[in-house]
Design a protein around this ligand. Structure first.
Ligand SMILES: Nc1nc2c(ncn2[C@@H]2O[C@H](COP(=O)(O)OP(=O)(O)OP(=O)(O)O)[C@@H](O)[C@H]2O)c(=O)[nH]1
Ligand SMILES: [Mg+2]
Length: 571
């Protein structure tokens, strides 16, 4: 295809620019910036403008058909092009009569996307159209082909039309001597020289002149036979090279490509900088969050170790209560006190229980509170420390997110204190113990009452028989046995109560310290989990941002080699 070097370069720049616009719009760049890039894209996509002029029947339309390898312009032995035609691309064929002298032909032929082609009637017949062609198309044309026919090379109308044109419009002028297959090479040489001389005389310079056969060139391009020979004989190759050269070297076109490229390069650098800036920020933020995670894990370990010390202290306090509790139990459970069960079924069991609880509470509470305070202070101190790191080391926009979600520590502290208190109360609140003791009290009470009743009955019998009969003796023996049994029961009851309390309280020590340890660990874990949750939510924000920027970064990276290639070719 003619002008393919330029078209290829333009195509690559278009694709680079289109990629850049897509990236910019995804990155929501300001509308003005995108509009500028769109305008540049439209500007460079503007098709090349080729104009052909020359004598009637000199083979102008045939030359265009041969150049583009498509018979889009009407060719005839009779005058065929009766008005100026401009050929443009459209997906459907149509014609618009712009005026009686100009028709716009829209054709779905791919090359017309890159070229607008102006075909004109013979210079000798289009006097009226001269001015329009000259003024509307010549100044903008990338290539102006002036056709002379070997069949009639001496006519004046071409030169008269050339006289009519401003010299500045002739910079892209090419003379084409057409239909060379109709004459011998020697004749063509003569005509060629004649054209050179006349051009020098009338224009003051000699444009490039190419003697060609459009008929053979078209055949070479469209028929399957003898392609190479026909192409050789058409002498089209040098003409095409010249066209290629003019278009590629055309300063307005190349300047346009170059300046468009420079603007696009700056825009790509801008986008790249923004992407890099964001990616750097994200990886710095991720590193800070990772560091915070590490610090948090360390502090968690430290605090867990510290809880062991705290629990040991509570344990010591608990042990100290054991001695005092034993004393209290001994005092309140003297064996003769068990006799009170005869007239009091519970014999103050409830009061004893309350007393024990109050004593335990009184002795342990200060130590418990101290431990809770120590741990609370530690946990409370952790957040400001983390907050400080977040505020000083995270990027400004992530800091904003960090501030929006301060963890709810108040609720957690309350929950922690409550759970410790519950564990504490639980030491003595063993329902089983209470029930067992109640059962023991009630059984002892019933047994004692029965024995007392037996003793009374036996005593009464002895009194009534005046202590002399065998019956009286037996009654006294029974009363004696009853008395001994009652003493045994009272002792046994005391022993059972003391043993039950001991059984309840000794394993409770381990249970209690284990619960305490568990509650401490739970509190620490939930504090840490709350903070880790916050770091995780910030990390997720980083990840979301990363997912947004990474494809853009890849896209920008993909554009880089394209732009480097364009730079080397555009200079
Ligand atoms: N032998 C030969 N005939 C050609 C060549 N090019 C065109 N012709 C013939 O010349 C005649 C005129 O060709 P066109 O291409 O219509 O010439 P034109 O200058 O466009 O004619 P108008 O539009 O009427 O001014 C046609 O019969 C073509 O077949 C060529 O290279 N060799
Ligand atoms: Mg024609």
């Amino acid at each position: 295809m003619i002008a393919d070097r330029y078209l290829q370069l333009k195509g690559e720049l278009e694709s680079g620019l289109a990629g850049l616009i897509k990236l910019g719009s995804e990155m929501q760049r300001p509308a003005e910036q995108l509009d500028t890039l769109q305008a540049l894209l439209r500007d460079i996509s503007e098709p090349l403008l080729f104009v052909v002029a020359g004598e009637v029947k000199s083979g102008k339309s045939s030359l265009l058909n041969a150049l583009f390898g498509d018979e889009f312009a009407k060719v005839d032995v009779l005058p065929a092009t009766d008005r100026v035609y401009i050929f443009r691309y459209a997906s459907e064929e149509k014609s618009t009569e712009v005026s009686s002298k100009l028709t716009e032909r829209y054709l779905p032929i791919p090359f017309l996307r890159d070229f607008n082609v102006v075909d004109t009637p013979g210079t000798n017949t289009m006097v009226k159209e001269h001015q329009m062609v000259a003024e509307d198309f010549m100044p903008r044309a990338d290539i102006v082909l002036f056709v002379f026919s070997v069949a009639n090379p001496w006519t004046q109308s071409n030169w008269e039309f050339l006289d009519f044109l401003q010299k500045t419009w002739l910079k892209n002028l090419i003379f084409v001597l057409q239909q060379i297959d109709l004459r011998e090479p020697t004749e063509i040489d003569v005509i060629h020289r004649h054209l050179q001389d006349t051009a020098m005389r009338r224009l003051g310079f000699v444009p490039p002149i190419f003697a060609v056969s459009a008929r053979k060139a078209l055949l070479a391009r469209t028929s399957g036979l003898d392609k190479e020979k026909l192409w050789e004989e058409s002498a089209f190759a040098p003409l095409e090279e010249q066209i290629d050269f003019i278009v590629t070297q055309s300063s307005p076109r190349m300047l346009k490509l170059r300046s468009t490229f420079q603007t696009a390069r700056v825009a790509l650098d801008d986008l790249n900088q923004e992407i890099r800036g964001f990616l750097d920020k994200i990886s710095a933020d991720t590193a800070v969050l990772d560091r915070l995670d590490g610090i948090l894990a360390n502090r968690r370990e430290q605090m867990l170790r510290q809880t062991t010390t705290l629990v040991r202290e509570v344990e010591r306090a608990y042990d100290e209560t054991t001695k005092e509790r034993a004393q209290l139990l001994q005092q309140s459970q003297s064996w003769w006190r068990s006799f009170s069960l005869i007239w009091r079924r519970t014999a103050g069991q409830q009061e004893l229980h309350s007393k024990l609880e109050a004593q335990l509470r009184q002795l342990m509470q200060p130590q418990m509170e101290k431990s809770i305070r120590t741990l609370e202070a530690d946990l409370r101190g952790l957040w400001p420390q983390m907050q400080d790191l977040l505020e000083n080391q995270l990027s400004a926009d992530l800091q904003k997110e960090a501030r929006q979600s301060v963890p709810d520590f108040a609720g957690q502290r309350r929950e922690f204190s409550e759970s410790i208190q519950t564990a504490f109360i639980d030491i003595l609140a063993g329902k089983a113990l209470q029930e067992r003791l109640a059962r023991s009290y009630s059984q002892t009470s019933i047994s004692l009452r029965i024995i007392v009743a037996i003793i009374i009955i036996a005593g009464t019998v002895a009194v009534f028989t005046k202590m002399q009969s065998a019956v009286a003796t037996s009654a006294l023996v029974i009363a004696g046995i009853g008395g001994i049994t009652a003493i045994f029961l009272a002792f046994n009851h005391r022993r059972k109560v003391l043993r039950d309390y001991e059984r309840q309280l000794s394993p409770k020590r381990t249970e209690f310290t284990q619960t305490l340890e568990k509650q401490f660990a739970k509190a620490i874990d939930s504090f840490c989990a709350e903070m880790a949750k916050k770091f995780r939510s910030l990390s997720e924000i980083c990840q979301t941002r990363l997912r947004r920027y990474q494809p853009w970064s890849r896209r920008a990276d993909d554009l880089e080699p394209k732009f480097a290639e364009l730079k080397s070719r555009l200079g």
